[in-house]
Design a binder for this molecule. Structure first.
Ligand code: SF4
Ligand code: SF4
Length: 441
């Protein structure tokens, strides 16, 4: 019997206890100080109590290597099978233009293509997805730029898009800055809205100093009215806060605001936190950006000081939240990147992309759906084949079944190759997560 290469073992933040997690066997345990030290002894080659050894064996922390390899293969096949059944998210960008001039917007690097969305492009999009994803579960997410611009022409196009989505029996999500939600609400109610993602980066001036209108002008109050209107109409809202070092201090305040508004008790309301990071181009002010782990360490500290933040937002901390809420671990994650598998993106110029991270970057185009259909099969295959079994560095990594190899686009930006690593600080996140959800005692 050997120590499983999928064990993740560490000390819980702020505690004398330890945790051990194994995504392949599906076991997770909190170990007291004595057991944790015994496991350390084992790893140093020292003898340990027989009963403890048996326990480790039963849970799949000590394994027969051949049995483990077989289990890994079987779970991998299950993963591929399940993914074939998964719902596909189809992003559509009607325009890259926007009425906001957010301080951190990456889309400023795109020179907008001098071409406008037409009903012919929308028809071609629905015809392509109807054919290409026939028989697959799917839904549409409308993305930008800002899709809900308050002009008669844009409203007409969005109305046409929604009509086509209804005819194709597709649910629709919007990713919007939320400024014109009130003006769009009647139109949105004509379709099957799954979710509207709106961004607030804090309350009042904290938000307004980051997300203002082009040419200046506050946006906070109007977005709040839009969120209220959606919730009144039972349109699900996913509130996103984009965080960096400049606004992290506003998290408790925004949480309290949402609690006071009654949003957090509304079944149609949920939240997410987005890390402002260098996916697209080197931001001039990159010193204000958090690394993934420093963001979550800071959120952890904020939650220690203001526990009510958890009413507003519960960080996943890798698989910790899932384990806490479900009482069991999720299935092993052989691939964290849905690009070209369960996610595709399309834009008004007729181009096809892997996902939202690459959409609009002409050199990342994977083909076209308009004016004619074309596909760059070799590039698509590189995205499709990416998972932890295809990335050589992931092979010996004990985090692989929680990390899933990270984001293909971040990996490509770093190394030039989609099939390379975007490492996630899984162990460090679990240290914080066990502390938050299972306590320090
Ligand atoms: S991307 Fe890095 S952390 Fe993730 S599985 Fe691969 S080697 Fe491990
Ligand atoms: S490349 Fe990154 S952003 Fe795109 S689908 Fe994969 S994980 Fe998501």
């Amino acid at each position: 019997m050997v120590y499983s290469k999928h064990n993740i073992f560490s000390r819980i933040t702020g505690s004398d206890n330890f945790f051990i997690v194994n995504l392949l066997s599906g076991s997770a345990d909190i170990l007291g100080p004595a057991e944790g030290n015994m496991l350390h002894d084992y790893l140093e080659g020292k003898d340990i109590a027989e009963e403890f050894r048996k326990n480790l064996q039963e849970k799949g922390y000590l394994v027969d290597e051949k049995d483990e390899a077989k289990l890994y293969r079987n779970k991998y096949l299950d993963f591929i099978d399940t993914r074939d059944e998964d719902e596909v998210q189809l992003f559509f960008v009607p325009n890259y233009s926007c009425n906001f001039a957010c301080t951190y917007c990456y889309q400023d690097e795109y020179a907008p293509v001098k071409q406008e969305l037409t009903t012919a492009v929308i028809d071609a999009f629905f015809s392509y997805v109807g054919h290409e994803f026939a028989g697959q579960k799917k839904y549409l997410t409308v993305f930008g730029g800002e899709p809900l611009l308050n002009s008669p022409k844009q409203k007409e196009l969005i109305a046409y898009l929604l009509k086509q989505a209804n005819e194709s029996n597709l649910e629709v999500c919007f990713v919007t800055n939320g400024y014109s939600l009130v003006e769009y609400i009647d139109l949105l109610r004509t379709s099957r809205i799954r979710e509207i993602q709106v961004t607030l980066d804090g309350i009042g001036i904290v938000h307004d100093s980051r997300r203002f209108l082009k040419g200046g002008g506050a946006t906070f109050e109007k977005i709040v009215s839009g969120i209220d209107a959606c919730l009144r109409m039972r349109l699900p809202v996913n509130l996103r806060m984009v965080i960096d070092k400049e606004n992290i201090q506003g998290l408790p305040e925004l949480a309290q605001f949402a609690i006071d508004k009654g949003w957090t008790k509304n079944e149609f309301f949920k939240t997410q936190i987005g890390r402002n990071y260098e996916l697209h181009h080197c931001q001039a002010t990159s010193e204000k950006l958090f690394s993934r782990i420093s963001l979550y360490e800071t959120i952890y500290q904020q939650i220690q000081k203001h526990p009510y933040i958890l009413e507003f937002y519960k960080p996943a901390y890798s698989v910790s939240k899932f384990l806490f809420e479900n009482g069991s671990l999720p299935d092993p994650l052989f691939d964290a990147c849905p690009a070209c598998k369960t996610e595709w993106a399309f834009d008004y110029t007729g181009h096809i992309f892997s996902c939202t991270a690459t959409v609009g970057k002409t050199d990342e185009s994977l083909g076209t759906f308009y004016p004619e259909v074309s596909r760059k099969d070799e590039l698509i295959a590189a995205w499709e084949n990416r998972d932890v079994t295809a990335i050589s560095e992931c092979f010996g990594c004990s985090m692989q079944l929680a990390c899933g190899g990270g984001c293909g686009s971040v990996a490509k930006n770093r190394s030039g190759n989609v099939c390379s690593t975007d490492c996630r600080p899984v162990k460090e996140l679990l240290e914080l997560g066990f502390s938050t959800y299972f306590g320090k005692a």
